[in-house]
Write a protein that binds this ligand. Structure first.
Ligand SMILES: C[S@@+](CC[C@H](N)C(=O)[O-])C[C@H]1O[C@@H](n2cnc3c(N)ncnc32)[C@H](O)[C@@H]1O
Length: 172
């Protein structure tokens, strides 16, 4: 099992433990199945953000990096930063993005990571904003508009109207 020794918001302590423990190991083991099931949402997220070639993108709770790769394929002259708490998930993401020069990955709690709000044009989150990362999405695109890509209520319900699929784009 992996560990995470970085700064964690107290409300994310459970998430850090679970995603660096059995949950993260399970998802990482079956990542191909999860990516097949959830890949259907990536076009929606990318289209909702109107991601263009030179955009600087943020993938909050990037997991094994499937959405990160979808963003990188569109932002070919831009960049994608994937942030995730989970070492097992990021290990898969790192292997899968090794050849992509426009991708960086960082293990961090997205709620407390020192994002520079001016450094992103688009932020997305596929099935991670429901756990905690809504605030970081908002700060990363401050002054931007956020648009739930599905509009559905979340059963996680811990934070500001969290949703399963989120795209936020900086207002021009
Ligand atoms: C259900 S998985 C989804 C992963 C990926 N977005 C996908 O759709 O395949 C949720 C992910 O959110 C991450 N996560 C949860 N809370 C987080 C936080 N506060 N900061 C960063 N990552 C977080 C977990 O580690 C996990 O990888």
């Amino acid at each position: 099992m992996g560990t995470f020794d970085g700064a964690v918001d107290p409300t994310d302590a459970d998430q850090a433990g679970e995603w660096n423990g059995a949950d993260g190991e399970y998802w990482a083991t079956y990542h191909q199945e999860y990516e097949r099931l959830l890949g259907v949402f990536d076009d929606t997220l990318v289209e909702a953000g109107a991601v263009s070639a030179d955009d600087r993108c943020l993938d909050v709770g990037c997991g094994t990096g499937a959405t990160t790769r979808a963003l990188a394929a569109r932002a070919v002259d831009g960049s994608v930063l994937g942030v995730d708490l989970s070492w097992p998930m990021l290990s898969i993401a790192r292997a899968a993005t090794r050849a992509l020069r426009n991708v960086d990955l960082v293990q961090a709690d997205a709620q407390v990571y020192a994002f520079d709000p001016a450094s992103f044009d688009v932020a997305v989150s596929r099935m991670a904003a429901c756990s905690s990362a809504t605030r970081s999405r908002r700060s990363a695109t401050s002054a931007g508009r956020s648009a739930p890509a599905d509009g559905s209520p979340s059963r996680c319900g811990r934070r500001l109207r969290p949703t399963w699929l989120v795209t936020a784009r900086r207002s021009s």
